[in-house]
Design a protein around this ligand. Sequence first.
Ligand SMILES: Nc1nc2c(c(=O)[nH]1)N[C@@H](CN(C=O)c1ccc(C(=O)N[C@@H](CCC(=O)O)C(=O)O)cc1)CN2
Length: 286
Amino acid sequence: MTTNTVLTLSCPDKPGIVASVSGFFAQKGFNIEESTQHEDRQTGRFFLRTAFTCADCDDQTLASLREEFSAIAAEFDMEWQLRDQDQRMKIVLAVSKWGHCFNGLMHKWRAGTLPVDIVAVVSNHDDMRNSCEWYGVPYYHLPVSNENRPEQEAQILQIMKDTDAELLVLARYMQILSDNLCRQLSGRAINIHHSFLPGFKGAKPYHQAYERGVKLIGATAHYVTADLDEGPIIEQAVERVSHANSPDELVEIGRDVETVVLNRAVNWHAQHRVLMNGNRTVVFRR
Ligand SMILES: Nc1nc2c(c(=O)[nH]1)N[C@@H](CN(C=O)c1ccc(C(=O)N[C@@H](CCC(=O)O)C(=O)O)cc1)CN2
């Protein structure tokens, strides 16, 4: 049986990292499918993502591979992860009233072009229930207010635990997550912000954009942190607009940009193509 494995790592840059990594896997009969690297010259940190296949490694478990590789990892003081690329990432979507990003992800998943499994949808409104149930995915209507926010967030965490979900996607979920939830989901929650950050933070960026008279509008997918709209950016895109566009037209144009940007960010995260670099990211996109 062919095994598809992906290694991601970062470590202080020095000679011999790639040679050691590729030598280890070559010696075990693995073939390199794709390998991409980056050196951050400001910090001297090295980043690597390498995808391997092995046509006949039945006896080689991922656990034993990790154990054997850990010696090299220690030698180079690596932060690293070795994963089975055939295991699709389980994700939970969170949505409020606007369904364009939610439907975009559901469609890509059902079409087989998003390497994830959407295992649940949570919402503080009931608007997306019918669409969600049409896709056959459990829908959890969890109203939230300042009175019940800790309990509601605990329910979200419990759903992620019960479904073994590795990622929460805020697909236009218009509630600010608490510091506690952000800590628990660090690196495991992605939000789509409907502006080209750092411009127009907050809940109504299109109206801000209209008032400012911008000629480009955009969207930003980022990891969720306690600091609103400040998390590490994964992907951004823009679209040209003009003086002739009304605020509602900006919202409509923006929706398409948001949908594309969030699909890309979730796709790359699920393929382990996004590595953290402080409050920034290294994205080995495809
Ligand atoms: N801890 C974080 N939580 C969330 C983030 C984030 O970056 N960190 N992003 C938001 C999404 N978002 C912008 O992209 C956003 C959502 C909501 C608001 C806001 O002010 N909400 C109001 C309520 C609005 C409503 O009920 O419709 C509020 O919470 O008082 C700002 C930005 C998702 N969560």
